[in-house]
Design a binder for this molecule. Structure first.
Ligand code: SF4
Ligand code: SF4
Length: 365
C-alpha cells in the first residue's frame, strides 16, 4: 500500500559539533565520523528523496559545516530540486564558505543562539567565543541576501531573556525567530533538573512572547513552541508519526522523528540496504504508529486524535514504558500528574555537556 509522500526530510549529515549544548536533540550515543554516509551516498539519498516527493531538505547535524563536503552536498540537493535549509551553530562557517554555499544553491539558513548574554551563551554552548562567532555568521548570511531564521532553545538558564532575543534577532536582520522550549529526551532528559524552568518563569515567558509579537510582527515572525510539562494537551508531534517527514541519521538509519531511537524494539531500516521509498512506505518503524490502529484508550475514542494524533510516542514511552499510550502531556493520561509533579521537583545546577561517549563531562571549547 502506498502512503502520501513526506514533505520534509532532516538529514543529520554528522553528529560532530564544536558545541556541547546540554539539551542537544542528538542521541546520547552519538554516531562517529567513521560511521557516516559518504558524499556519494548522501547525494543518492537526496535524489531518492526528491523522487519520493520531498520538497524541503533540512541539512542538520551535529554541525553540518563539520562535513568538508557540505558545499557539494548542498549543490547536489539543489540540483535534485530540493529547497535547502542549513541548520547550523554558525561555527565553522566563514564568509567565504557561506558564499560558496549560496553559490551552490542554498535557500535558507537557521542559526542557533543560546542567549543574548554573551557569557551565558558561551557557558550553555560549552564553547568560549561561540556568541561572537554566531554574530559574525548572522552578518555574513544577511550580507549574502539569504533569508535567516534564529533558533533559540529555551530553558531555565535563558528563559528570562526571550524578549531580548527576539529584539536582537530583529536587529540582526532575521525574518523569523523560533523560540522553542527544550525537549526532555536524550541529552535534555539527562539535564532536566538543571534545565526545566519553574511555572512562574514559563508564565512570564508566555507573556513576554505575546508582548514582542505585538511589538515586532510582522517585521519578524515570532514562532513559539510551549513546553509540554506545563500543558494540558499534547502537541501534534511531527504532525503525526510517518505522515509528513523523515530523519536520516549520519550512519543512514531512517527515523520517523529525531528521538525515535529512544523507543526500544523499533526496527529502523538503513538507506545502505533499502530504497528510501520502501523505507517510507513499508519499514517497521514507520508503520508502527502510522494511522490510528495502534491507539489504546483514552486516545482511541477521543475526538482530538485527529488534531494531535495522541501526542508524542517518545514522550509516552519515556513516562509510561509503552509508546502506544497517550502522551502524558494530555490531561486524560493517567500519567499526567507525574509529568506535572516533575515541574515541582527540585532543580539542580550541574549540567552534563553533550559529548561523544567516553569524553569527560564539563564545558569544552
Ligand atoms: S544543539 Fe548544540 S551541540 Fe547539538 S548539534 Fe546543535 S549546536 Fe551542536
Ligand atoms: S486522549 Fe489521546 S487523542 Fe485525546 S487529547 Fe489526549 S492524547 Fe490527544
Amino acid at each position: 500500500m502506498t502512503h502520501p509522500p513526506p514533505l520534509g526530510m532532516l538529514a543529520e549529515v554528522t553528529h560532530r559539533c564544536p558545541l556541547a549544548c546540554p539539551y542537544c536533540s542528538n542521541p546520547v550515543q552519538l554516531d562517529r565520523r567513521s560511521d557516516e554516509l559518504d558524499t556519494a551516498a548522501w547525494l543518492g539519498v537526496f535524489e531518492q528523496a526528491a523522487a519520493l516527493g520531498v520538497l524541503q531538505l533540512h541539512l542538520s547535524g551535529g554541525e553540518p559545516a563539520a562535513r568538508p563536503d557540505i558545499v557539494e552536498l548542498t549543490r547536489g540537493a539543489a540540483a535534485a530540486g530540493l529547497y535547502t535549509n542549513l541548520i547550523t551553530s554558525g561555527i565553522g562557517l566563514s564568509a567565504a564558505r557561506l558564499e560558496a554555499l549560496a553559490g551552490a544553491g542554498l535557500d535558507h539558513v537557521q542559526l542557533s543562539w543560546q542567549d543574548t548574554d554573551s557569557a551565558n551563551a558561551d557557558e550553555i554552548a560549552g564553547f568560549a567565543g561561540a556568541y561572537a562567532r554566531k554574530q559574525e555568521t548572522a552578518r555574513a548570511v544577511i550580507a549574502l541576501g539569504l533569508p535567516l531564521t534564529i533558533n533559540v532553545v529555551v530553558h531555565r538558564l535563558n528563559i528570562g531573556r526571550v524578549a531580548e532575543m527576539a529584539a536582537a534577532a530583529h536587529r540582526a536582520g532575521a525574518r523569523r525567530i523560533e523560540i522553542a522550549h527544550a525537549q526532555y529526551y536524550g541529552w535534555g532528559l539527562v539535564n532536566r533538573a538543571a534545565l526545566l524552568p519553574t511555572l512562574d518563569q514559563v508564565e512570564a515567558a508566555h507573556a513576554a512572547v505575546a508582548r514582542v509579537r505585538q511589538e515586532l510582527q510582522p517585521a519578524i515572525l515570532v514562532d513559539y513552541v510551549a513546553p509540554d510539562h506545563f500543558s494540558r494537551w499534547p502537541k501534534p508531534c511531527m504532525n503525526g508519526w510517518g505522515r509528513q517527514s523523515l530523519n536520516v541519521t549520519p550512519r543512514g538509519k531512517v527515523l520517523p522523528c529525531h528521538a525515535a531511537e529512544t523507543i526500544p524494539g523499533l526496527v529502523f531500516w538503513n538507506v545502505r540496504e533499502h530504497p528510501l521509498r520502501e523505507i517510507w512506505e513499508a519499514s517497521p518503524a514507520f508503520t508502527a504508529f502510522r494511522g490510528e490502529a495502534w491507539m489504546k484508550e483514552p486516545c482511541r475514542s477521543c475526538p482530538r486524535k485527529e488534531i494531535d494524533f495522541g501526542g508524542c510516542r517518545c514522550q509516552a514511552f519515556a513516562w509510561t514504558g509503552d509508546a502506544a499510550d497517550a502522551d502524558p502531556a494530555c490531561q486524560h493520561s493517567p500519567h499526567h500528574a507525574a509529568l506535572r509533579a516533575a515541574v515541582a521537583a527540585p532543580r539542580t545546577d550541574g549540567l552534563r555537556y553533550r559529548r561523544f561517549s567516553g569524553a569527560p563531562a564539563g564545558p569544552g571549547g
